[in-house]
Design a protein around this ligand. Structure first.
Ligand SMILES: C[S@@+](CC[C@H](N)C(=O)[O-])C[C@H]1O[C@@H](n2cnc3c(N)ncnc32)[C@H](O)[C@@H]1O
Length: 201
């Protein structure tokens, strides 16, 4: 039986007006959990730096739920975590994601384990040429402004998805999906293996 694990690093479990955890608890209480839901999680993690568009955050949480990749949210966010647009994008997948909220970039760094791989349009390494490790942390920037220089400097690596000349960037959720797909493929961490068996328990 799978487990929903919501953790909040160094923050109170509930903060005023951020009720996502409450919503998840209510849903779990209402709905019997499917017995077949596997508790498979990768050691690779996806992190969102100060996300500012709730629909994208919802899509990324859904991505994390479906691929079994824990998601770190680095606050402040440009919306409340109970935003209806986030819930609409994340749908009922929100109660299947392993999500950790970090009060600040500083708090996130204190909790960080493994390498930090930043997805950035100014990256010096094409994302398919980078060698990922199973416990890497893939970090995406804000939809409006990317990630600041301090974050670029802290990252072990800065990877880019090559785009056609003159075009600026991809939607953050699409960029994350592309790089996460490559990183999981390289490290053999998709939830179900080629032989149709769960590879991690
Ligand atoms: C819409 S983009 C940010 C645009 C921002 N004006 C900038 O130049 O960084 C939001 C995030 O998506 C990711 N992203 C988008 N396109 C990307 C690309 N071609 N390569 C790597 N990351 C990309 C990055 O993490 C970026 O911070």
């Amino acid at each position: 039986m799978g487990q929903v694990r919501f953790r909040s690093a160094r923050t109170p479990r509930l903060r005023p007006a951020t009720h996502l955890e409450e919503i998840v608890r209510e849903r779990k209480a209402r709905k019997p959990r499917p017995a077949e839901f596997p508790s498979i999680l990768s050691s690779m993690r996806l992190a969102l730096y100060e996300p500012d568009i709730p629909q994208n955050a919802g899509a990324l949480l859904r991505l994390g739920a479906c691929l079994g990749v824990p998601v770190d949210i680095i606050e402040p966010c440009g919306f409340l975590l109970d935003d209806r647009r986030l819930r609409r994008a994340g749908m009922d997948y929100l109660d299947r994601v392993d999500m950790t909220r970090h009060r600040s970039w500083r708090a996130y760094q204190a909790a960080l384990q493994g390498r930090l791989v930043l997805l950035t349009t100014s990256g010096d390494t094409p994302y398919v040429e980078f060698s990922y490790r199973p416990d890497d942390n893939l970090l995406v920037g804000r939809e409006s402004a990317g990630a600041p220089q301090e974050v670029h400097d802290r990252a072990t690596a800065r990877v880019a998805i090559p785009l056609r000349p003159g075009l600026r960037s991809l939607n953050v959720a699409l960029a994350a999906a592309m790089v996460l797909g490559e990183a999981l493929r390289q490290t053999d961490q998709f939830p179900v293996g080629r032989k149709g068996e769960n590879q991690r328990t």
